[in-house]
Design a binder for this molecule. Structure first.
Ligand code: SF4
Length: 262
């Protein structure tokens, strides 16, 4: 139950904005009214965003109701999706992120490394089952052949020319740049020319170097992540952008990151 007993959080979708608005703190109510009145393109201040990120009880319920109302007005009730297969070509990785249950050291007994034929076969199988996209990412093993990422793209596009390839986190892009000695722009352009359609904006976790030092100190810095994404967008390679939460970060980190993405 929320503080005033309006409703359980689980059943918020049966509520309307006017049911909850009178129960909210003035700070949260003002911020949400601002969003609901102006809808798309509204620019909440950092302070307003922080108030929403820290919302609890009735304020949190109000945030959910407002978000649901806005979603209904802007995009309606039709949900679309892409049928996608994830192809993780190896689990061998030297980075050592503390949250990762996927990676293995090179001498562990359950490592694997798919060759290009195996990766292509997975793409073909996915296409035959109705997938239109593959997401290709993997661990970062020492001594990867310099043009390995390019050659995976070629193998998949050769096998299934119509498949959309969403591949390689900014961490992998930085590794590929190191392996080849190319400039970031030239490297991304080469991948794009060989079939890279879009980039997963993973490896962002929380874009704050103090947090990154705790979670994954060998990973690329926040600034390097931004540099890769900016360079990709500059070349017309669109990306997603992730935010991994629920560990050592605070709501202020979420807000900083969302403002950065905005
Ligand atoms: S870089 Fe990726 S695969 Fe490697 S440890 Fe970190 S999360 Fe795991």
């Amino acid at each position: 139950m929320s503080k005033s007993g309006i409703c359980d959080l689980e059943s918020f979708s049966s509520l309307e904005w006017y049911d909850v608005a009178p129960h909210l703190s003035s700070e949260v109510r003002t911020a949400l009214e601002h969003v609901l009145e102006t809808q798309e393109g509204v620019l909440l201040s950092r302070e307003q965003s922080l108030a929403l990120a820290n919302a609890e009880g009735d304020d949190l319920l109000g945030l959910l109701v407002a978000a649901d109302e806005l979603r209904r007005e802007i995009v309606g009730n039709i949900v679309t999706y892409v049928v996608n297969r994830n192809i993780n070509f190896t689990n061998i990785c030297f980075v050592g992120c503390k949250f990762c249950a996927f990676s293995r050291g090179p001498r562990e007994s359950d490592t694997y490394f798919l060759n290009f034929e195996q990766v292509a076969a997975k793409a073909i199988e996915a296409w035959e089952l109705g997938a239109t996209e593959v997401c290709i990412q993997g661990g970062l093993p020492h001594g990867l052949p310099p043009f390995y990422y390019r050659d995976i793209l070629c193998a998949v596009k050769r096998a299934v020319p119509g498949m959309h390839i969403h591949a390689f986190s900014p961490m992998e892009i930085v590794y590929g740049v190191e392996l080849t000695g190319m400039s970031l722009g030239d490297y991304l352009r080469m991948l794009h020319d060989n079939g890279l359609d879009t980039l997963p904006g993973t490896a962002a976790e929380i874009l704050d170097d103090d947090v990154r030092f705790v979670l994954s100190r060998n990973k690329l810095s926040a600034e390097q992540w931004k540099e890769v994404i900016r360079a990709a967008h500059h070349l017309g390679i669109r990306s997603t952008s992730t935010l991994m939460y629920g560990h050592v970060e605070t709501p202020a980190h979420w807000v900083n990151q969302l403002l950065h993405y905005r």
